[in-house]
Design a protein around this ligand. Structure first.
Ligand code: FAD
Length: 370
């Protein structure tokens, strides 16, 4: 989010931008730990609009931003096993089609052809969008960062933000472990740590960290998809896609409370494996080559916060993407850059992303979170 916002600011002529990262390299937070999934299949219309714009940029990323991002549009399959999910997805598909996205319900035979080795016992419907896919998070991060730097943005690594000073209700400077930066505008793009940054200006951002695991198997010779198709069992949230000669897979744990813990729990692997082998039996005796855990940055309605804080002049937020932040970074960065430079974003109703929505009662939740 930080590099996308900096890139988009630089492209509309705002070049006196400093990006501050506490780690020695970019992309060591959630962005470096995600599954690379990119999809149109969301239940909230505003999220689908973020996907449409973002996927269009991913499709021309190399030519426009100048970096290879290994984008494979082999599609996403959602496996549905109860009637309620089927009717919810049917409603979402209507909305997605109205926005011009080709999403379809597939027969089980068609799904098995697209994803060889897939077991569909208990699955009553399957949805598919061929333009969904996976891309390389490191490529996207480095692409935005390098293009932003080329346009004049300064990137300071190993510089931790420790405080923000305000005067008369407005930001005046940012304190970092490498010195103080005078500024009238600050963007909070701290991902799962965004709440800590919010506290520095007296705001309580409802952004909560939740651990999520990823496991990658050793090469598998049994039938598994040869394409990069992403398969998600919506009920259990187990998902997988091909990664090299193995399979990358993950699942959420509804019993796990919010925390900043990113150590791998090997007990959890047993739980995932029970769900995994039902859908992809080839995983039963696959060895695990790599595993890691990272943090989702969840908001109460699973919708992001993009835009200014009314309470503190010059304080902007781009956070709380609730597990979808990699794929929505292109559109979100463009929208935030325009809000900063021009006061509003062109062609986008940003009300569903406003920080102030949490003081009202009516928000439409994003339901397709895995
Ligand atoms: C296992 C897993 C799988 C996922 N799969 C997907 C997926 O398939 N598709 C998808 O779209 N999304 C996915 N996500 C979610 C996605 O990774 C996040 O939504 C996204 O990376 C958030 O980006 P960000 O820039 O907001 O946060 P981050 O990438 O965490 O960046 C925030 C940065 O702020 C820095 N920072 C924090 N505090 C400070 C401070 N005080 N001073 C200086 N720097 C600071 C951090 O070091 C970090 O580099 C997944 C996440 C996980 C954990």
């Amino acid at each position: 989010m930080g590099v996308s916002a900096a890139y988009h600011l630089s492209q509309i002529g705002v070049r006196d931008v400093v990006l501050v990262e506490r780690e020695p390299m970019l992309g060591m937070g959630s962005t470096g730990r995600n599954a690379g999934g990119v999809r149109h299949q969301f239940s909230n219309e505003s999220n689908v609009k973020l996907s449409i714009e973002s996927i269009e940029l991913f499709e021309r990323f190399e030519e426009e931003v100048g970096y290879e991002i290994d984008f494979h549009q082999d599609g996403y399959l959602f496996l549905l096993s109860n009637q309620q999910d089927v009717s919810d997805f049917r409603r979402s598909i209507e909305m997605q089609r109205r926005l011009g996205i080709a999403v379809e319900m597939l027969t089980p035979e068609h799904a098995r052809q697209l994803a060889p080795g897939l077991e569909l016992d208990g699955v009553i419907a399957v949805t598919f969008c061929a333009r969904d896919g996976i891309a390389d998070p490191n490529g996207v991060t480095m692409g935005f960062a390098k293009a932003a730097q080329a346009a004049g943005v300064e990137i300071n690594r190993e510089a931790e933000v420790t405080g923000i000073t305000t005067e008369a209700g407005r930001v005046t400077s940012v304190q970092t472990t490498r010195g103080t930066i005078s500024t009238r505008t600050v963007v909070n793009a701290a991902g799962p740590y965004a709440r800590n940054i919010g506290k520095m200006v007296g705001l309580d951002l409802p952004v909560f960290p939740y651990r999520r695991h990823i496991f990658i198997t050793e090469p598998i010779s049994k039938p598994v998809p040869s394409s990069h198709i992403m398969v998600i069992d919506f009920e259990s949230t187990f998902y997988f896609h091909r990664e090299g000669a193995g399979i990358l897979f993950g699942m959420s744990d509804p019993d796990e409370p919010s925390s900043f813990n990113t150590t791998v729990s090997w007990e959890f692997l047993e739980k995932v494996t029970r769900a995994a082998v039902k859908q992809l039996p080839a995983l039963a005796d696959a060895g695990i080559a790599h595993a890691w855990a990272g943090l989702y940055e969840m908001t109460p309605d699973a919708m992001p916060i993009i835009g200014p804080a009314r309470e503190v002049g010059g304080f902007f937020m781009i956070t709380g993407f609730s597990g979808h932040g990699f794929q929505h970074s292109p559109a979100a960065g463009r929208i935030l850059a325009e809000m900063i430079a021009r006061g509003e974003a062109r062609d986008f109703d940003t009300a569903p992303f406003s920080f102030n929505r949490f003081s009202h009662v009516c928000t439409e939740r994003e339901a397709n979170v895995v």
